[in-house]
Design a protein around this ligand. Structure first.
Ligand SMILES: *[C@@H]1O[C@H](CO)[C@@H](O)[C@H](O)[C@H]1NC(C)=O
Ligand SMILES: *[C@@H]1O[C@H](CO)[C@@H](O)[C@H](O)[C@H]1NC(C)=O
Ligand SMILES: *[C@@H]1O[C@H](CO)[C@@H](O)[C@H](O)[C@H]1NC(C)=O
Ligand SMILES: *[C@@H]1O[C@H](CO)[C@@H](O)[C@H](O)[C@H]1NC(C)=O
Length: 478
């Protein structure tokens, strides 16, 4: 589903049925419609609850919509008979086929969506996920994106699914400039070739620009320049005034959204409305990741829900009173996502189905009604030493461990001499110990350039020096 959010780039409700009809009918003027929150339902976790249990959890936080990263029939079946609206996704790798071949697009819609035509409120069909962030498909997929969107729209019409809006999700890195917000502009490599035809399609089909927007990532990349309370949408945060537009910003999310509006306006598409396809805040992460904790995650998502529930809608400084349908990322902490620790900690729920913290996505519950939150412990950068070792508590699969060690040692020539027979860190029959040594050697080498301490869950960071006697594990201070 999702590529890891790198710093550079960057995952509910019946009363909504009527307003959404209005929303589409009245688009782009959407006054008097609420932007109640939806939720992203990713599935990259081991032992996640069943779809029907997941649907109960979605409803328990009063989400009105659910966004999938595919068109999983088991999940769509679990939505039958619920008021939840669904957003489904055509996987990235199918885009070239969908663009090349109308019958492929027709067949995909017929086999994935048609069975649910009259039983699930499918609202959005998203054609790929953040594909403009993936330069490896620059030639194979980017040029075909808009054609695929057009073909799928035709297929939806053919199958009498006209009310499903077609879009695609883009990360903030579709913009080459996002600050100050009035200077927002798409990247030169996609502005004319992809964005202009896409926006023309979105306008013509009365659809939306779907943006993944993470104030957390912008703040964590630059915590000295951006105030945490501004990123968390707290009342009373120091404001920012855009020197060109004169508009006053009270939070980072609206600042980022206005950069997107400015980029669209620059290309002549002032009127295409936004959907926030993903936003959220991680509830945990690695030692070297700042501000990822339960406290901040709860505050961000609660503030988000309250702002979006406001009537009349707040919108943004550049688009006041605009309704912005929004999907929080994400339903579950997904323990099989690669990348830094935050990637596995975006959920409102643990994989066992218990809540990470209380939240009401309908935005009507005051903070005092929730259980107290644990105080944040990592809102300042961690400055001590960190090591990367074989994850504790896991029954390591020796085959997997061996493959990971071979990879790690192969990436850092000479680094694993110490765990060869006769080396300072060699221990007979200790695959786990040797793995710790190799993982640490790898990570110390590559952490500055984005290398992560994960190895498919076999590795984790520690702040306890694992060195024993003359076997020293190196560590650079953060
Ligand atoms: C087009 O898609 C259909 C349905 O998937 C497939 O049967 C057919 O072989 C495809 N045609 C081409 C030229 O790829
Ligand atoms: C895409 O095509 C360009 C120009 O033909 C080429 O230089 C580049 O290496 C290609 N990139 C990928 C990822 O295939
Ligand atoms: C669910 O998982 C979380 C996180 O691993 C854990 O803290 C909690 O105790 C678990 N709850 C139950 C009921 O198993
Ligand atoms: C270890 O993992 C491999 C594949 O990752 C699997 O084929 C093998 O059965 C596993 N071994 C054990 C003992 O679980």
């Amino acid at each position: 589903m999702r590529r890891p959010r790198t710093q550079m780039a960057r995952l509910l409700f019946l009363p909504l049925m009527l307003p959404l009809v209005l929303l589409f009918a009245a688009h782009p003027v959407q006054a008097a419609v609420s932007s109640t929150l939806g939720i992203n339902y990713g599935q990259l976790g081991k032992d996640l609850p069943s779809p029907s249990r997941a649907v109960q959890l979605i409803r328990s936080v009063r989400a009105a919509r659910v966004k999938l990263y595919d068109a999983n029939p088991a999940i769509l079946s679990a939505l039958v008979g619920t008021p939840l609206q669904a957003s489904v996704m055509l996987p990235n790798q199918l885009i070239p086929d969908a663009a090349a071949n109308q019958s492929f697009a027709d067949h995909w819609v017929a086999s994935n969506l048609l069975p649910f035509r009259s039983s699930v409120h499918i609202r959005f069909l998203l054609v790929g996920n953040e594909i403009l962030s993936d330069y490896s498909v620059r030639n194979s997929t980017w040029p075909h994106l808009v054609t695929a969107m057009e073909r799928l729209r035709r297929s939806l019409k053919t199958h009498s699914l006209r009310r499903v809006k077609v879009g695609t999700t883009l990360a903030m890195d579709a913009l080459g400039t996002s600050f100050p917000p009035s200077a927002g502009a798409f990247r030169p490599d996609v502005a004319q070739s992809v964005m202009a035809p896409m926006l023309r399609f979105l306008r013509r089909s009365r659809s939306f620009y779907f943006v993944d927007v993470y104030p957390y990532l912008a703040w964590a990349a630059n915590p000295d320049a951006i105030a945490l309370d501004y990123a968390l949408m707290e009342q009373g945060a120091k404001t920012y005034t855009d020197p060109a537009s004169g508009l006053l910003y009270t939070n980072l999310l609206e600042q980022q959204l206005d950069a997107v509006y400015a980029a669209m306006t620059r290309l002549g598409f002032r009127d295409v409305p936004l959907v926030i396809a993903e936003t959220g805040w991680p509830n945990g992460g690695d030692y070297d990741q700042i501000g990822a904790n339960v406290y901040n995650a709860a505050i961000y998502n609660r503030n988000l829900a309250r702002r979006l529930a406001a009537k009349p809608p707040i919108g943004t400084p550049a688009r006041p009173f605009t309704v912005i349908p929004t999907f929080v990322f994400a339903l579950f902490n997904e323990d099989q996502k690669p990348g830094p620790g935050t990637e596995r900690h975006w959920g409102l729920f643990h994989p066992n189905g218990t809540a990470v913290y209380g939240v009401d996505l309908a935005g009507r519950t005051p903070d005092a009604a929730f259980a107290p939150l644990p105080a944040p412990t990592n809102n300042e950068p961690y400055r001590g030493k960190i090591w990367c070792v074989a994850a504790a508590g896991k029954e390591a699969n020796v085959t997997d461990l061996g493959a990971a060690v071979a990879y790690a040692c192969g990436q850092v020539p000479g680094a694993c001499g110490a765990i060869k027979p006769g080396g300072k860190c060699y221990r007979a029959d200790s695959a786990v110990w040797h793995a710790s040594y190799a993982f640490n050697a790898y990570w110390q080498q590559f952490r500055r350039t984005g290398g992560t301490c994960f190895f498919n869950g076999l590795a984790a960071q520690t702040i306890q020096d694992p060195s024993v006697g003359s076997c020293k594990f190196p560590s650079l201070a953060s």
